[in-house]
Design a binder for this molecule. Structure first.
Ligand code: ATP
Ligand code: MG
Length: 201
């Protein structure tokens, strides 16, 4: 008896929930390219973007990836995703700014990299463009923020873009459709664990 009552209550609750969810789904009718920003100090920004690359490739979409900052070409994501047909993968960094210690060189590298990204943002054949670690080029002032925002705002209407990196600017967040801020609760690095292949690279 007790169970029957519980089951009936559960059914009624789920029916109410279903009608709310169905109404929300029916109200979401727009279809357009989205600008997604994954920021914050926690781990999971780039891996989230690369998970979406896998998802898009599964749908047969064409994907462009620009990795700013990083100079290493031995990451698992590049080894696997970079060789899939349908992906154009560009490693455009020169290493971290504290590695190069050369501001002029960093600016030149950033601007060369941005040219590659700009071409993708003007090409409707790319269904998804990932701009990994783009935020740093903006916060260091290596790129002009307004021209970056302008290129993002005027990209092909059905093109999705994911921008990753810490410290996304207010203007970028304002322009974005979806923003996730990943919090840094804990990271194994601080317990002395070095970067692990398959997890960190
Ligand atoms: P991931 O590529 O693992 O998703 P991320 O893109 O969120 O990380 P980045 O700032 O790009 O973070 O850092 C890249 C590298 O630094 C990765 O090896 C990642 O594990 C490590 N890392 C990320 N967040 C932290 C953190 N809060 N403390 C220490 N190391 C971190
Ligand atoms: Mg990253």
């Amino acid at each position: 008896m007790q169970d029957e009552l519980k089951n009936a209550r559960h059914r009624a609750r789920m029916a109410r929930k279903k009608s709310i969810i169905d109404a929300a789904i029916a109200a979401a009718t727009d279809e357009r390219g989205l600008l997604i920003v994954i920021t914050g100090n926690g781990k999971g920004k780039s891996t989230s973007a690369f998970g979406t690359v896998a998802r898009a490739l599964g749908h047969g979409m064409k994907v462009g990836v620009c990795q700013f900052i990083k100079s290493r070409t031995d990451t698992g994501e590049e080894a696997f995703l970079g060789r899939q047909s349908g992906v154009d993968w560009h490693v455009l960094g020169d290493g971290f700014t504290w590695d190069t210690q050369n501001r002029e060189q960093d600016i030149a590298t950033a601007q060369r990299g941005w040219e590659v990204a700009r071409v993708m943002l003007a090409d409707p054949s790319y269904h998804l463009v990932v701009l990994d670690e783009l935020t740093y080029l903006l916060s260091y002032g290596y790129l002009d923020g307004d021209s970056v925002l302008d290129a993002l705002a005027h990209r092909p209407p059905m093109q999705h873009v994911i921008v990753t990196g810490r410290g996304a600017s207010d203007a970028l967040i304002e322009l974005a459709d979806t923003v996730s801020v990943i919090a840094d609760e804990k990271h194994a690095y601080r317990a002395g664990v070095k970067a692990q292949p398959g997890i960190d690279l």
